[in-house]
Design a protein around this ligand. Sequence first.
Ligand SMILES: *Cc1c(COP(=O)(O)O)cnc(C)c1O
Length: 401
Amino acid sequence: MNSCLIILTSLQWVKDEIKSMKDSGRFVPIKILQTPQGAWVRIEGNRVLNMCSNNYLGLADHPEIKKAAIEAIEEYGVGAGAVRSIAGSNEIHRKLEERVARFKHMESALVYQGGLLANTGTIPALVGKEDLVFSEELNHASIIDGVRLSSAQRVMYRHMDMQDLESRLKENAGKGRRSLIISDGVFSMDGDIAPLPEIVELAEKHGAMSYVDDAHGEGVLGDHGRGICDHFNLSKRIDVEMGTFSKAIGSMGGFVAGSQELVDYLMRKARPFLFSSGLNPGDAAAVLKAIEIMERDDSLLKKLWENTVYLQDGLRNLGFNLGSTKTPITPVIIGDEKKTLQMSRELYDSEKVFASPIVYPTVPVGTARIRLMPSAVHSRDDMDYALSAFRKTGKKLGIIN
Ligand SMILES: *Cc1c(COP(=O)(O)O)cnc(C)c1O
């Protein structure tokens, strides 16, 4: 009884934290979907236009992919049963790794259970406390965590600023045992594209390893959605290309692609490979099928970009600030956090548009936004529906004239 009371009191700070989040508009309610991902979804019994999933190509609910996953479950079961390094490596993992490497035009690939794990597993295997990591200031949280776990010294460089990167490299020349330059390929909250050719050039010039996180480039950039390295024709020059299967690919899991030696090494060093069970066979099969579909047919990719251009032109014409996006990621930047939450709530309640607010700490204070994600499964009518809802709501809240 006593100890129970002590525990309750010792967690009082959590209540206080929640209250302070609510007061500042940073306690965002979490919506529960009752249907698969798609252009329209059901939430709380209401049919709403889904404008915030990463299901770029609509593959999360693709009939052929679902069938492939079901067949793999019939053949291999639901779980890998062990960590990959002990008894959890199934032939479907090997097949997937070969397929990913081929799709990415890389020599080899290693599959992880998620993109976050790919970053937090790979980075500490590449650098340690004697080393330096040159990290772009807007890098994804999983990169930041990977760098922290590595204990390497982090040198931050400014967003998209290659002069700043070069200065940092020069300042630190001769320091550390090894250096790594790491960047998101497509920035997940802004949609702009890292200048990868310059990054690779600077890495080569300064003897640093190069590492790109292509989570939002896969299925979106490059020939048949092969991603950012293909987009810039750099597959032969980048050292580590990391990606996820949870966005355009529609399923779950992550990977890194690179040289055979890199993969052989990571299989002995990366902690998520050694200490967490392997990817489920159904997910592996889903990814295999998704890549087959992407290679076979790029009509989904074309549709994604058609919708993107139409939506972004429409929003800009209405007077919204979309920052500097170059990809389907469509940030409608409002700035004020409470106003952003209000806009999102209004869109949902009055217009039946599901468009999540994104606030601090996901984006810097003062840059709160609603991030829209058009997809290949949206129709032109859906885009018009979203534009009309943004026009009405934006005017009502005084965000546009
Ligand atoms: C989503 C995302 C990840 C994490 O991928 P998951 O497979 O969902 O864990 C990593 N990096 C970036 C840039 C992302 O946007």
